[in-house]
Design a protein around this ligand. Sequence first.
Ligand SMILES: [Fe+2]
Ligand SMILES: [Fe+2]
Length: 371
Amino acid sequence: MEQLIVQIAAATNTATLYPAKHPRVLQSIDHILSTLGSVLQERHDDSITFLVLGDELVVDQEVVRKSTLSQRQFVELLKQRGIERLTLAAGLDVEEAQQLISALATGETLESTPHVVLGKVQVNLDQEHDDEAPRELKSDLLEPVRDAFAKFRIDKNLPLGPMEQLVWGFIDSLSKTTQSILPLSRLKEHDEYTFVHSVNVSMLVLAQARSFGIQGTMLHAFGMAGLLHDIGKLMVPLSVLTKPGKLEGQEWAQMQSHTVQGAWYLAEMEGALPLSIAVAYEHHLRYDGQPNYPVLKISRVPNLASRMTSIGDAYDAMSTVRPYQQPLMRSAAFEILKKRAETFYDPLLVANFVRIVGLGAPSDPTPSERL
Ligand SMILES: [Fe+2]
Ligand SMILES: [Fe+2]
């Protein structure tokens, strides 16, 4: 049975990297089918049911200790897809298994088939109204995360589950539109600014990653990293975070520490992905390796997700209305990004960013318009 879990997790990983009919994907599906056959034979049963209860995996009424990475991945995967019960029955064929693995990998909607029976928890995306407002983010996805940001200073708690669901929601809305993404606006408190900014950056990172063909769980990891990149800001004193004008000395050091503090917080958090930790730490590093913050002993080029995040980060900071800052027009923001290409930002990524964010913007906004 453990072997079966390992194989499902492995096949899902393979399916995020290769097309559905790729020999490696087909081979991993073969493995699942043959292992399922032997598991059912061993158990003298005609089906096996996986149940997700909180963080626990229950197989045929027995709790499986989540000791292996594959088991944890498997539980996470089912949780992310809103699946709380998965039954695989004797007679499962290649096509059904392919559908299952591809839906687990890409987040496509998955329906039960004769030999794959799903029990879903509440579906978070309000599919009914998608045609009317495909780009509008549903508030039932946004609100729990907005709340978590607002209460973080009190309870220091970050619920990963709702954040993961929210990023799947972004992916879903991005896949439904060819128009450019609409940044959220409206802000009240400063932590609310961090929330709105994080949501925007997450979408800007997703749009970039998607344009390079990154998909499925890998795409989701990029979106999560964007959403969590500034989480350390919630640990910077409000007096520093809300101070208008330039920060100096100790205050500037405290502000800069949001990178390291965020990375530490995520590193200690169960379920946070290494990519999120790296991006929290690296998103203010420069592309050319010149010192910025945090200061590194040996300079290095930040990883791809961090480079995408730093572009989305700068663009959103330039284009959002803050109490003490007028937004820059879209084209002025693009110009600044282009000027800083090769030094602060990856030039290839800047060119791509301007291309994809510029889409759907036939003309520049009039001076009175805000981005
Ligand atoms: Fe930051
Ligand atoms: Fe940021």
